[in-house]
Design a protein around this ligand. Structure first.
Ligand SMILES: Nc1nc2c(ncn2[C@@H]2O[C@H](COP(=O)(O)OP(=O)(O)O)[C@@H](O)[C@H]2O)c(=O)[nH]1
Ligand SMILES: [Mg+2]
Ligand SMILES: [Zn+2]
Length: 261
């Protein structure tokens, strides 16, 4: 979910959220809220633009109850997780669809602002028409964990191009390789390149940290994907004491809380 205004959609951030959603392999549905704040022309413009990205965005206004019936039908009997930047109206939407949820709207972030049902964990609510809906903690930049070779698959425009033609090289990263089917004149190709650089940097860093840690071994599966496997003979991999396990768990919980909105 994004908003058409307040906050104004930022294209690269929108791409990040969409790529994160696509990388789960789940069906992605894009809602554009606060359409009451922009002109019909601006709505058409965003609608057309996102259609070129490969999406059919649903225009919504939780305030004016616009688009909610269609959305409700679409969510029926499904488990849906709603994500998007803070302030776009995620909690407002859930409150409209499930009044009992009684989520805090426009909540102040930080420990002091936390009240009942401030989104700080994922909670599933039952939809009146059947199905479940979850709010997610606010985050403005989702962590991408997509491998460089898988990134193009997260762009509907690139997928379409790959259905029509194939790249000369099977492991093409669609940058400057000859006879590439993906590189070309499409708006988000620029986003692809930015996110690809990040994915490559992330993979390099992952290899470095794990190579230093001799308890893990880099392996390659039949599809040519890299993965790590623990070296069982290593001392480091010996069973941890309960105490260490508890400490690790506490550290994880602290990290999770620190990341909360
Ligand atoms: N104009 C307008 N404001 C909205 C709409 N939906 C939510 N808001 C406002 O946007 C702010 C953030 O809403 P909230 O639901 O807390 O967003 P969240 O951070 O995504 O959960 C609140 O002040 C809401 O009243 C809408 O459809 N139109
Ligand atoms: Mg919220
Ligand atoms: Zn290519």
């Amino acid at each position: 979910m994004f908003a058409l205004a307040d906050p104004t959609p930022e294209p690269l951030q929108l791409s990040r959220f969409l790529i994160k959603a696509e990388s789960t392999g789940l069906e992605v549905c894009l809602g554009l809220n606060k359409c009451d704040l922009v002109s019909p022309e601006a709505q058409i413009e965003w609608g057309d633009r996102l259609q070129r990205w490969g999406y059919q965005p649903q225009m919504l206004s939780t305030q004016q109850q616009k688009g909610l019936d269609d959305l409700q039908t679409q969510l029926k009997q499904k488990i849906t997780v709603i994500s998007g930047p803070s302030g776009v109206g995620k909690s407002s939407l859930i409150n409209r669809l499930i009044p009992e949820a009684d989520l805090r709207v426009g909540s102040v972030s930080g420990k002091l602002g936390r009240g009942r049902h401030t989104t700080r964990h994922v909670e599933l609510f039952e939809l009146p028409g059947g199905g479940l809906l979850a709010d997610t903690p606010g985050f403005n930049q989702p962590d991408l964990d997509c491998a460089p070779v898988d990134l193009a698959d997260c762009f509907p425009e690139a997928r379409r191009r790959l259905e029509e033609a194939t790249c000369q090289f099977g492991n093409c990263l669609h940058r400057d390789e000859p006879n590439c089917a993906v590189r070309g004149d499409w708006e988000r190709y620029e986003h692809y390149l930015v996110l690809l650089e990040e994915a490559i940097a992330r993979q390099t860093q992952l290899h470095q940290t794990t190579d230093q840690d001799s308890s893990m071994k880099l392996k390659t599966n039949q599809k040519g994907e890299s993965y790590y496997e623990p070296r069982l003979e290593s001392k480091k991999y010996r069973r941890q004491s309960r105490r260490t396990q508890h400490q690790n768990l506490d550290a994880m919980i602290c990290d999770a809380e620190a990341e909360d909105d």
